[in-house]
Design a protein around this ligand. Structure first.
Ligand code: PLP
Length: 374
């Protein structure tokens, strides 16, 4: 049996450190924000190469507050991609603004910068690229268009802790970068969590207020804010886990390299690491036109897989009001139909990756034999 992710293996490897950190919070009774969260903000923003970090209670909250700090609201438009997790687009809707989609690049599966110019109107306020699967979008051309047109760039780096673009860290290239610490992410809390990182003190000040009821000082509410505070326990756990993140990222990259070696020359369509990228493999997705049968067959052989994501956002019933139709974003639609995420976590052993790889290769050979006789 190869699970899709294995959070128990990771806890077992850091149990002593985590239990001590949790004990410290329980003794201090600093259950929300507090010194552990403050220290984690300093440590994680430094890890990202940003000067400021504002911890919140989810990646979705991070996106919501980054958009609000950028002044995005009703009547505005925000350019993003339809091939992402729903939270990217929902956060735009929370502000009252309208999401405007552009298609992805078929190799990187991230925002195609050549599509942006045609999507800009005089209502456009921000561009929200998504660093999907742990690989950054092609940021230089995105930043160039944004600068030329006076637009804010907010990175959805929820899947990209420690990913790099030509040596720059995810989250530090745009005006703000948003991270999720959902348990299954590369840096996962034992509960929910998120952070905005930025170099901009004005955005920092606004987001610090908005996450805690818009208060400048206790009971002096200068903005209509939210209860988006990070819990003390999550800050303490995340500080412990951040110390291991580089090791875990290297382990993910090694696991991906093992898959790549098994698939090379086999006809299996493996993910592409762009020349600009350090991919951190939150997800390792192959592509196949026989996804359903491959997923079922792998499950029968004891290999659990996932699909990230089966329906592009513009075709989801929840977003029908945006008025998009099938065929408008062909690369997103095709990716949504073909991607299949293989087991990927730092503790994945060489034996397990070989077992998965061999099972996939066998399916590819069967599919070719079927195609030849059809
Ligand atoms: C996980 C995720 C989010 C949302 O983060 P939460 O912490 O679950 O709210 C946003 N965008 C992307 C691309 C994600 O993968």
């Amino acid at each position: 049996m190869v699970p899709f992710v294995d959070l128990k293996a990771q806890y077992a490897s850091i149990k002593g450190e985590v239990d001590t950190a949790i004990g410290r919070v329980l003794e201090s009774c600093q259950f929300t924000l507090g010194p552990e969260v403050g220290a984690f903000e300093t440590e994680f923003s430094a890890y990202c190469g940003a000067t400021q970090g504002i911890a919140v209670n989810s990646g979705t909250s991070a996106l919501h507050l980054a958009l609000l700090a950028a002044g995005v609201g009703p009547g505005d438009e925000v350019i993003t991609v339809p091939f992402t997790f729903v939270a990217t687009v929902s956060a735009i809707c929370y502000t009252g603004a309208t999401p405007v989609f552009v298609d992805i690049d078929p190799q990187s599966l991230t925002m195609d910068p050549t599509q942006i110019a045609a999507a800009i109107t005089d209502r456009t306020k921000a561009i929200l690229p998504v660093h999907l699967y742990g690989q950054t979008a092609d940021m230089d051309p995105i930043l160039a268009i944004a600068r030329a047109r006076g637009l804010v760039v907010i990175e959805d780096a929820a899947q990209a802790h420690g990913a790099e673009y030509n040596g720059r860290r995810a989250g530090s290239m745009g005006d703000m970068g948003c991270f999720s610490f959902y348990p299954g992410k590369n840096l996962g809390a034992y509960g929910e969590g998120g952070m905005v990182v930025t170099d901009n003190p004005e955005f920092t000040r606004t987001i610090r207020m908005l996450r805690d009821w818009g208060a400048e000082k206790k009971y002096e509410h200068v903005l209509k804010g939210y209860n988006y505070r990070m819990e003390g326990l999550q800050g303490a756990v995340l500080r412990v886990k951040l110390r291991h993140l580089e090791t875990w990222t290297q382990a993910r990259r090694s696991a991906a390299a093992r898959y790549d070696r098994i698939f090379s020359g086999s006809g299996v369509s493996a993910p592409i690491e762009m020349s600009y990228a350090r991919h951190v493999y939150h997800v390792y997705a192959i592509r196949t036109q026989r996804r359903q049968s491959w997923q079922d067959a792998l499950q029968q052989r004891g290999v659990s897989t996932g699909i990230h994501y089966p329906i592009p956002i513009h075709l989801l019933p929840a977003f029908a009001d945006l008025g998009y139709v099938e065929g408008q974003f062909p690369h997103s639609e095709r990716a949504a139909a073909e991607v299949l995420s293989l087991p990927m976590f730092p503790e994945l052993t060489a034996t397990q990756s070989a077992e998965v790889g061999d099972a996939v290769i066998a399916l590819a050979q069967e599919s070719r034999a079927c195609a030849a006789t059809a």
